[in-house]
Design a protein around this ligand. Structure first.
Ligand code: ADP
Length: 496
């Protein structure tokens, strides 16, 4: 029997406590999957305002333990709160009201929270101080995204000779390389690191500080959330200027696809949808479609498909393509249902679409988790024409709900969606390669045509999709292998 590992997952957002995107789903589900494999897992995140909106049974309570964290020339105190996932996974929260008790996690527009460098440099160091305060000695600290990027740097510099951390190894996961935590060099004092770290081999990046670069260079193993994305980010087109750094660490870089929490996202178990259903009995899906039409006041006929979109409204997600052809799209025999929020330009554009095509386009600008479930269940087609997509979760939810994804073949979309072949009956969705609105429109027309004119074929496509299994178990096993590899690389573990 291999030894059970002690794993601490450090993340700026975790379901069910705080979420802005897919990262939260991942760091909420991965601990449970690791636990099921017999490992000891804890999780740590900041205590945001949003954290107190969870149900009373899981609302964090104070451990009464305090930490004292150096930041610049000051020592700032914080309190550690605690809750649990699934009764046996401890979740710790850094309670520091000045930093985290705000309406949003990071702010939506650039400059909303000008102290983000301070907030997350503090968070990263506070995690290490929490380990000490709680006498928690993980084998692995699994860091996620730019907000925890400086933690591996600390372990190899300021904490290098600290006996407490001699056996700690780090794995760093990039969920989206488009967000790197870049701050001006005047913030360097916040890190308490010397200027020797502000170099091209360190966290310097075109004259600025880059926290993600720290995570990439100083962690023991780096992962990202799909195999295709792990290759893409090493190219100039997708690397956001970190491609060279990643190529340098190429032999320690792995792609592990995200899993799905089928306790939450499954049409047989979903607590938000009108009627539950399965691949063997699809009548519930019709009911969910009618419900969705009522919610969005759609007047189209039942035999035309509803195309769903749930997304951050950002360029990354392909909204520039959609906006080029939106009028043409709305003239097709389909309805559009969109739930999303993001840049003002797209918020306004889609509000306008909702007004101009009322009855045919249902638009909700905002974040609404129950509605996201209703769309997955009630729509027929799910649209994700992303410019780049590290993994993507919505296409995976869509598969399980029999809502056929149309995607651009990039990153995780490429790895999880197989083009449907009408001759062989194989495949689970539709994809196009070139990032162009013309390709998108052609693919959409192809899907609508099959939906309307080849009902049996569409049903078999739905069945293919619903049979797919992207549960966490496989991915969690891959992470465990990488954790062990990280330990054995540092001679802290014998792979045997
Ligand atoms: P990303 O993390 O890049 O935003 P993913 O597809 O990986 O994209 O994950 C997005 C997650 O956030 C999904 O769980 C999706 O359902 C959810 N989501 C995105 N926008 C909204 C919204 N407006 N309302 C509710 N859920 C949303």
């Amino acid at each position: 029997m291999k030894k059970a590992l002690n794993i601490l997952i450090a993340s700026p957002e975790v379901v069910p406590f705080a979420k802005t995107g897919g990262l939260a789903d991942v760091t909420g589900a991965l601990p449970r999957a690791l636990r099921r494999l017999g490992h000891n897992v804890s999780v740590i995140l900041p205590r945001y305002q949003m954290v107190n909106e969870v149900g009373r049974d899981i609302r964090p309570i104070s451990t009464k333990k305090r930490i004292h964290v150096p930041i610049s020339a000051r020592i700032e105190e914080a309190e550690i709160y605690e809750s649990k996932i699934d009764k046996d996974i401890p979740v710790y929260f850094i309670d520091k009201k000045e930093y985290y008790s705000r309406p949003q996690l990071y702010g939506t527009e650039k400059g909303d929270y000008p102290d983000n460098a301070e907030r997350f440099i503090y968070f990263s160091r506070a995690i290490l101080e929490t380990c000490k305060a709680l006498d928690m000695r993980p084998d692995i600290i699994h860091c996620n995204d730019w907000q925890t990027g400086i933690l591996p740097v600390y372990l190899k510099t300021l904490y290098k000779d600290d006996p407490f951390f001699q056996r700690v190894t780090t794995v760093y996961t990039i969920h989206n390389i488009g967000y790197q935590g870049i701050f001006w060099h005047y913030d360097m004092h916040l890190t308490n690191l010397g200027w020797d770290i502000f170099t091209i081999e360190g966290i310097e990046f075109y004259g600025n500080i880059n926290l993600m670069k720290g995570g990439i260079l100083f962690s023991d193993i780096i992962t990202t959330v799909s195999k295709t994305y792990s290759k893409e980010i090493q190219t100039e087109e997708y690397g956001y200027k970190l491609d060279g750094v990643l190529r340098k660490r190429n032999k320690d870089l792995y792609g592990v696809i995200n899993g799905i929490d089928y306790e939450i996202w499954h049409p047989l178990r979903d607590k938000f949808i009108k009627e539950r259903y399965s691949e063997y009995n699809l009548s519930g899906k019709d009911r969910c479609k009618r419900d969705l039409m009522d919610i969005y006041k759609l007047t189209s006929k039942n035999d035309s498909p509803i195309v769903g979109i749930i997304s951050r409204l950002a360029d990354q997600k392909g909204f520039d393509l959609i906006s080029e052809i939106i009028d043409e799209m709305m003239r097709l025999d389909m309805s559009l249902v969109l739930l999303g929020t993001g840049t003002e330009r797209y918020n306004r554009l889609f509000e306008d679409v909702g007004k101009r095509f009322s009855g045919k386009a249902g638009i909700k600008i905002g974040f609404d988790d129950p509605l996201a479930h209703k769309i997955e269940a009630g729509a027929d087609i799910f649209l994700m024409p992303s410019r780049y997509e590290p993994c993507g979760l919505n296409q995976l939810y869509s598969l399980k709900y029999g809502t056929i994804p149309i995607v651009r073949s990039t990153g995780g979309l490429n790895d999880t969606i197989e083009e449907f072949n009408i001759q062989t009956g194989k495949g689970n969705g539709f994809k196009f390669r070139e990032y162009s609105s013309k390709e998108l429109l052609l693919t959409l027309k192809k899907a609508i045509n099959i939906y309307k004119n080849k009902k049996d074929v569409w049903k078999s496509l739905m069945k293919n999709a619903m049979k797919e299994d992207f549960s966490w178990e496989n991915s969690a096993n891959e992470y465990v292998k990488l954790y062990r590899k990280a330990l054995s690389n540092r001679k802290l573990y014998d792979e045997g």
